[in-house]
Write a protein that binds this ligand. Structure first.
Ligand SMILES: [Zn+2]
Length: 503
């Protein structure tokens, strides 16, 4: 009989918890109990605890709220488990879901290990990722399947195969064929971008017929948010297609030398897009998206360099955790997508700051009207690191005016709905998959506690460095946050050292 069976009070448990009863990093045992947790669920309800969460295999078996009086009684029975995590003073949430991410194995054709991204995601508390567009769909499907079998440390991957991989479908018939081809490949969804109306209509009809969800990177293109509402896209990614649908003249006023293929042009003038949207028409666009149940994954974080370049370039985690391949990729270069900072000045930043204010207010309106907002980071571009970008996205959604409780719901329960997995993901609930995180610090007070590098805090008059995701549990497999972060650190140090050895 295990020690846990004999433990009857929280105080007693706290004394008896030892290294032996702690879970082993990366190993799923028969059962795991998280004791004395304060739970923040993924459905927007208030924090609640203390509770014992029992995980058996890869499922949450029970969530038992503890009566403080009963806790003091030595006869109170608590669920027994092989391994235990004492979450006294900590917060337990559903694992974060990253609804817009890229699993990259190279930047500018220089190889970068998948493991770097996968471990950063887990270290940041991310247990599910909607991968929205890789060059080689089969490759990311293979990683998804290895992760699902527990052969590598990885969040659950939901692969949205990129519709426009070469040869790009040019006719409705080839659009339908591409959808069937992706379905046969075993994707979980499809990502579209820069798509013409007839192709979009055909591909969405086919996607609905074969039961695939569609994410639309709604750029400035032939189609816009009206088409997403009409044809039934699952989610609009980013934002451009929304204000673009609300311009009275039908098209943004670009200067005559503007060229969409020039990224400095494109991003500079994108910063002046929201101001051209007519507020009344914008309201109607949002209404139509809500009525058609089109979700919105805004990825506010990926544009932040446009409003504050210096902040983006000097993020503190770059010093130890930025892979040199990614570091190189971020440097301004016309050939690297998102590395467009040539002659970027205070005027650009000022327009972008206004752009953000209008965008954030549209996001608030969208949710007030009943729209579903998700959270994704689009990292690997524009100074955003995998995982860290998602936490920055949470902060920016708070800045947009959402309560932290709602922001957490966006990243958990809402994202599960975007994946079509609200029945078994995104909640701390018996019967749900055991995707949970144990966080040091209260994210309802400070979302920065999710950063694996921690936060400075003051406790009892003393400055302490604390915070971070202590445990990320995916599919019942516990991963120690600090261990993952140390692995990433050494991976980066080795990559830098081997690079400096080269002539
Ligand atoms: Zn993206």
């Amino acid at each position: 009989m295990r020690i846990a069976l004999l433990v009857t009070t929280a105080i007693l448990f706290a004394r008896q918890a030892d290294a032996q009863s702690l879970p082993t990093h990366g190993i799923r045992g028969p059962s795991l109990a998280i004791r004395n947790a304060t739970i923040i669920d993924g459905n927007g309800t208030p924090a609640s605890g203390p509770a014992d969460i029992l995980i058996i295999g890869n499922r949450i078996a029970s969530v038992t709220f503890l009566d403080p009086v009963a806790l003091r009684s030595p006869t109170t029975k608590r669920p027994a488990a092989d391994r235990e995590i004492d979450a006294t003073g900590k917060f337990v949430l559903p694992g974060l879901i990253n609804a817009h991410a890229h699993l990259q194995d190279e930047r500018a054709h220089v190889p970068q290990p998948f493991d770097y991204t996968l471990k950063l995601w887990l270290a940041c508390g991310i247990t599910s990722v909607r991968e929205v567009g890789a060059d080689t769909t089969q490759k990311v499907i293979a990683i998804r399947d290895r992760g699902a079998r527990g052969e590598l440390a990885s969040p659950r991957l939901f692969i949205s195969g990129r519709f426009s991989n070469a040869p790009v479908p040019q006719t409705p018939a080839s659009a339908r064929a591409r959808v069937r081809e992706l379905k046969a490949m075993g994707v979980d969804g499809i990502k579209i971008l820069g798509i013409d109306r007839d192709i979009m209509q055909a591909m969405l009809e086919e996607a609905h017929a074969v039961g695939l969800r569609v994410a639309h990177h709604a750029g400035v293109e032939e189609t816009n948010a009206w088409d997403d509402a009409r044809f039934g896209t699952t989610s609009i990614e980013h934002w451009y297609g929304i204000p673009d649908a609300a311009i009275l003249d039908g098209r943004q006023h670009f200067p005559s030398p503007y060229n969409y293929r020039n990224e400095t042009d494109r991003f500079r003038w994108a910063g002046r897009l929201w101001r051209e949207a007519d507020p009344t028409l914008l309201g109607k666009v949002l209404d139509s998206l809500v009525a058609a149940k089109v979700a919105w994954v805004p990825t506010l974080d990926i544009y932040e360099a446009s409003r504050d370049l210096q902040r983006a370039q000097t993020q503190p985690w770059f010093s130890e955790y930025l892979h040199p391949t990614l570091e190189d990729y971020f440097r301004p270069a016309p050939s690297n997508h998102g590395s467009y900072f040539f002659g970027w000045g205070s005027t650009d930043e000022t327009y972008w700051k206004e752009n953000y204010r209008l965008w954030m207010s549209a996001l608030r309106d969208f949710e007030r009207k009943g729209g579903l907002i998700g959270v994704g980071d689009d990292a690997g571009f524009i100074y955003q690191m995998y995982g860290f970008g998602l936490i920055r996205e949470l902060e920016l959604q708070q800045e947009a005016g959402f309560q932290t409780m709602k922001v957490i719901q966006h990243a958990t329960g809402n994202n599960a709905r975007i994946l079509g997995r609200e029945a078994d993901l995104g909640r701390v609930r018996a019967g749900y998959l055991a995707d949970l995180i144990v966080v040091k610090g209260n994210p309802l007070e400070n979302l920065k506690v999710f950063y694996p590098t921690g936060v400075d805090d003051v406790r009892d008059g003393k400055v302490v460095h604390d915070g971070g995701v202590e445990w990320t549990i995916k599919d019942g497999i516990p991963y120690s946050g600090p261990t993952l972060l140390a692995e990433v650190k050494s991976m980066v140090a080795q990559a830098r050292a081997s690079r400096s050895r080269k002539p």
